[in-house]
Design a protein around this ligand. Structure first.
Ligand code: 4NP
Length: 151
């Protein structure tokens, strides 16, 4: 059974903290109890709150990211979580390199939970500046993930 879910992006200040907050809100709305966290593969922003423009876009949709702090994903996360969801192919490749032999967690792409062919990655809004586009994908993939978990 999947109860512990970790979202992973590059900086842990845009995509993965957004996914953490969105999935937490949507799971609570469905009455599902999940342990949800996020982390980054990079170390540039350790200890920092999510990026200001990302926080503002999320806040406009009712998601409060202000209490989250960036951390780096580590080998122990592969034992702590049931499912680790990468935002893009680079994140996934970095995670596959980090995974200890015999790791418990299943590694997948967050976009696997979108309707077929809709997107193969959540583009990085730190570079695209499309914070709302990121939230659209994150909300839709979260709905898809919860549909699978409830099945
Ligand atoms: P994220 O976006 O991976 O969605 O958190 C990024 C934010 C910052 C950087 C890279 C990605 N950076 O290199 O500073």
């Amino acid at each position: 059974m999947i109860e512990r879910i970790l979202f992973v992006c590059l900086g842990n200040i845009c995509r993965s903290p957004s996914a953490e907050a969105v999935l937490r809100a949507k799971a609570a709305a469905r009455g599902l109890s999940l342990d949800i966290d996020s982390a980054g593969t990079g170390d540039w922003h350790l200890g920092e709150p999510p990026y200001g423009p990302m926080q503002a876009a999320a806040r406009a949709r009712g998601y409060d990211l202000s209490g989250l702090r960036a951390r780096r994903v580590g080998a122990a996360d592969f034992d702590r979580f049931d499912l680790i969801l990468a935002m893009d192919a680079d994140n996934r490749a970095d995670l596959a390199r980090l995974a200890p032999a015999g790791a418990r967690a299943r590694l997948a792409m967050f976009t696997d939970y979108l309707p077929d062919g809709e997107a193969g990655a959540v583009p990085d809004p730190y570079y695209t500046r499309d914070f709302d586009g990121t939230l659209d994908l994150v909300e839709r993939a979260s709905d898809g993930l919860l549909d699978v978990l409830e099945r």
